[in-house]
Design a protein around this ligand. Structure first.
Ligand code: PDD
Length: 285
């Protein structure tokens, strides 16, 4: 069945939606995006995603395309028009369409704003039950990974390398330390039960789920260290897991062929997944 999507002010059947071939998102990956999960028709961590959108736009000298309230209305209408119960809303903002030029077009060039829905059910993901196997690949992305841009070719190549190796995902490594997963933040649990995840910098995306899970860890009075860790530390950890809007908290049971802990989903990841879902639903809009 055809979805209703949003393009530059209009709600349209997906087959009628059009974006210019001169759009800078298409030609230069000159755009940013957000993915917000929908559970039971409600948006999880909406404020967090919109705050990061604002930050990504600001870092690239782009204006906010609309007030947050307007963006919320658009999200809500898409949920309604598509009868979306569980899934996600993808939002993309680009610098708009202009003659191909490395220099930015004039500031008054209208930005392109696209939103669409996708159906999925992260509450019932297979990997959350089986645990994910990851391989480690070099982090060959650009140096501003804190900006959520649409230039996702390298993470896509990393994901394909994982699939070819019979794994589920790739963790990326730079200067001997894990940065993050292809589309998620990476965590380990040390032998003494401490949660470790890389500290915020330009090297990683500042995950909204990462932030929410840190709050859950505080609620559970868990010890947390925000610092880089190596692949060896991960292989010797008691547990490992990933966080993202679309995977919540998902256990990682193997890294480069080495079992992590007992080689099966561990209790810490399980508990954090449960608490994260509970807490996220409390503030869902
Ligand atoms: N990916 N790191 C990277 C590189 C990501 O692409 C993502 C999100 C995350 C987790 O961020 P958050 O918790 O805010 O979802 C970390 C989204 C889900 C995607 O591209 O589909």
């Amino acid at each position: 069945m055809s979805r209703t999507v949003y393009v530059n002010g209009d709600f349209l059947p997906e087959e009628n939606a059009k974006i210019s071939v001169f759009d800078r998102g298409f030609l230069f990956a000159d755009g940013v995006y957000e993915v917000t999960t929908v559970i039971g028709g409600k948006l999880l961590d909406f404020d967090g995603h919109m705050a990061r959108l604002k930050r990504s736009l600001g870092e690239l000298d782009m204006n906010q395309p609309a007030e947050i309230d307007t963006l919320l209305e658009i999200h809500k209408r898409l949920i309604e028009e598509n009868s979306l119960v569980n899934g996600l809303i993808y939002l993309q903002v680009t610098r708009g369409a202009a003659d191909r030029d490395f220099a930015f077009p004039p500031e008054d060039t209208p930005m392109s704003v696209v939103l669409f829905t996708q159906t999925s059910d992260p509450t019932k993901s297979k990997l959350s039950e089986t645990g994910a196997r990851v391989i480690v690949v070099p982090d060959n992305r650009w140096a501003r990974r804190d900006i959520k841009t649409v230039q996702l070719l390298y993470p896509s190549l990393a994901k394909m390398a994982a699939k070819k190796a019979g794994a589920d995902d790739a963790w990326m490594e730079e200067d001997g330390y894990i940065t993050e997963g292809s589309s998620n933040n990476a965590w380990i649990v040390t032998e003494d039960g401490t949660l470790v995840t890389r500290d915020l910098s330009h090297s990683i995306l500042h995950g909204i789920t990462r932030k929410a899970v840190l709050k859950c860890a505080e609620l559970l009075q868990m010890k947390v260290e925000e610092r880089p860790f190596t692949k060896e530390e991960a292989a010797n950890a008691r547990e490992a897991f990933i966080t993202s809007a679309s995977s919540f908290v998902t256990p990682v049971i193997e890294i480069d062929g080495n079992s992590i802990g007992e080689g099966k989903p561990g209790p810490t990841a399980g508990k954090l997944r449960e608490i994260y879902m509970e807490e996220a639903l409390k503030t869902a809009v």
